[in-house]
Design a protein around this ligand. Structure first.
Ligand code: ATP
Ligand code: MG
Ligand code: FE
Length: 348
C-alpha cells in the first residue's frame, strides 16, 4: 500500500506518505505563530489556517515522497479527538481525496497516531509496550499491544492541564512567551532544579496511580512569583523554571515507569511535543537504564503532530486487513480511545 495520512486536530496541518512501515515523505505547516498573541490555540484561526495550508502542504508531501497523487492507494485521516473545526477541515480534505481517487478511507484516533510515530523511526513496536503521550493537549499513559488488532488500554490521563499546557501557562506567567516548552527549558538551563519545592500532585496516587494533575503546580509557581514580587525582590526566573520543569519531569517519569513495571513490560515509548524536553529525555533514560527498560523516543519532528504518524496507522490497518471506515465517517472531537480506528470496528 501507499498510504496518505492527514492530520489537522490542532494547529498542525500534516500530510505523510507511508508504505509498508516506511516513511516516504511528508509535508507540515503550523499556525502556532498565529496563536502566540492569545497564549493558546484559537480553534477558528486554526481551522482557517488548515484550509489555507491543505493543498500546498499535500503538494510538499508528494514531492518529498517522490510520488504522484494517483499513486496513493489508501487514505487515513485523524477523525478525532481534537478541535472540532480543525478536525473537520482535514477530514473533509481526506474524504475528497479518497473519493476523487476512488480509494478506501480509514478514520484514525489521534492518540493511536502518536503511538505509531515511533515505528517510523525504530521499526515495529514490541508485542506490548507502555506509551506516554505528553503534548499541549494530552498527558496520557497507554498500554499498547498490537496497535491496530487489539484494544488500546488508556491507563491514565490528566485531571486538568496537560503537561505541555502547564509549560505554556508557566511561560506566560514568567513573561517568557509562547509556546512555553522551548522558552521555559531555555530559561531553566542555568537554574537550580532544587531551588524551589513545587508540588508533585498524585505522585503516590493510591487509587489513581496513572492520573496526572498540573493545575496546582501552575498555581504554586504563580504564588511563588507573587510573593517574591511583593517583597520587591528580583524573580529568579532560571531557578523557578528549572524547579517547575523538574516537578513535571519527576511525575511523568515516575508514573510511566510504574506502568511499565506493573504490567511487567520491557519497553517505554515517549511521544508528543513535551518529549522535546531535554530534562525529560535525560531523566527517563536514566530511570529506564536503572530498571533495564528499553526507552524509545522518536525525533522531535515525529513527536509533535504530523501526518506521517496517521499514515503509519493507516498502513498498519491496511496490512492487517481492516475494513475501511468509509466516506461517511463523522468527525468525533471528543473520541474516546478504545482502538486505533474510528469508528471502532465491531471486532474490538
Ligand atoms: P496535541 O496535544 O493534539 O498533540 P499540540 O499542538 O498542543 O497538540 P504538540 O505540537 O505535540 O501538541 O506539542 C506542543 C506542546 O509541547 C506545547 O505545549 C509546548 O509547550 C510543548 N513543548 C515543546 N517543546 C518543549 C520542550 N522543550 N519542553 C517542554 N515542552 C515542550
Ligand atoms: Mg502543535
Ligand atoms: Fe497530538
Amino acid at each position: 500500500p501507499v498510504v496518505l495520512g492527514v492530520e489537522s486536530s490542532c494547529d498542525e496541518t500534516g500530510f505523510g506518505i507511508v508504505s509498508d512501515g516506511v516513511l516516504l515523505g511528508q509535508g507540515l505547516a503550523s499556525s502556532a505563530r498565529q496563536h502566540a498573541e492569545f497564549g493558546g490555540v484559537v480553534p477558528e484561526i486554526a481551522a482557517r489556517a488548515h484550509l489555507d495550508a491543505a493543498v500546498p502542504t499535500l503538494q510538499i508531501a508528494l514531492a518529498d515522497a517522490g510520488v504522484e497523487l494517483g499513486d496513493i492507494t489508501h487514505v487515513a485521516a485523524t477523525s478525532g479527538p481534537g478541535l472540532a473545526t480543525a478536525v473537520h477541515v482535514g477530514l473533509a480534505a481526506a474524504k475528497s481525496i479518497a473519493w476523487a481517487l476512488d480509494v478506501p478511507l480509514y478514520g484514525v484516533h489521534h492518540l493511536a497516531g502518536h503511538a505509531a510515530a515511533d515505528t517510523l523511526e525504530h521499526g515495529p513496536l514490541p508485542d506490548e509496550s507502555i506509551v506516554l503521550i505528553v503534548s499541549g493537549g494530552h498527558t496520557s499513559i497507554l498500554h499498547v499491544r498490537d496497535l491496530v488488532r487489539d484494544p488500546i488500554v488508556h491507563l491514565g490521563d490528566t485531571l486538568d492541564d496537560a503537561a505541555g499546557e502547564a509549560f505554556d501557562k508557566v511561560a506566560r506567567l514568567l513573561g517568557l512567551g509562547y509556546p512555553g516548552g522551548p522558552v521555559v527549558s531555555k530559561a531553566a538551563a542555568g537554574g537550580d532544579p532544587r531551588a524551589f519545592t513545587f508540588p508533585r500532585a498524585l505522585m503516590r496516587g493510591g487509587d489513581a496511580p496513572y492520573m496526572f494533575s498540573f493545575s496546582g503546580l501552575k498555581t504554586a509557581v504563580a504564588r511563588t512569583v507573587e510573593t517574591i514580587e511583593r517583597d520587591g525582590a528580583a524573580v529568579p526566573i532560571a531557578d523557578i523554571a528549572a524547579s517547575f520543569e523538574q516537578a513535571v519531569v519527576d511525575v511523568l517519569v515516575a508514573k510511566a515507569l510504574k506502568a511499565v513495571r506493573e504490567k511487567d513490560l520491557q519497553t517505554l515509548v515517549i511521544v508528543g511535543g513535551v518529549a522535546a524536553n531535554a530534562r525529560l529525555r535525560t531523566s527517563a533514560q536514566e530511570a529506564c537504564d536503572r530498571a533495564g527498560i528499553e526507552l524509545r523516543i522518536p525525533p522531535i519532528s515525529l513527536c509533535t503532530d504530523n501526518g506521517a504518524m496517521i499514515a503509519a496507522v493507516g498502513d498498519l490497518l491496511v496490512r492487517a486487513g481492516a475494513e475501511p471506515s468509509g466516506l461517511a465517517i463523522p468527525a468525533d472531537p471528543s473520541a474516546v480511545l478504545h482502538g486505533a480506528q474510528l469508528p471502532l470496528p465491531a471486532a474490538l
